[in-house]
Write a protein that binds this ligand. Sequence first.
Ligand code: SF4
Length: 100
Amino acid sequence: MIQALLLGLGLGGILGLVLGIANKEFEVPEDPRFEKLTGLLPGYNCGACGYPGCAGLARAILDKEVDGLPCKPIKPDARTNLKEYLANTPGPDGKTIKLK
Ligand code: SF4
């Protein structure tokens, strides 16, 4: 009984250590622009852009899946602000994004 308990604890500890190392090793750094960009979109989460909500479009823009801004309800001044933010704020790779 005690041997089984010790074996379980040992295996759990080893697996935890392996998962912790893998988490650090394969960690994908978050683009610091994501939260700001999501906040610059209207927040209606209507899906009219073809993405699952405003955060989905923000992720697609940062991943360079789109070169324009397919958000339908965004107001012209908000569109301009968003484009200026992306054009003037470099990402983790040091590059900015210029939307059409
Ligand atoms: S169309 Fe605009 S408001 Fe609607 S989910 Fe897409 S980004 Fe958000």
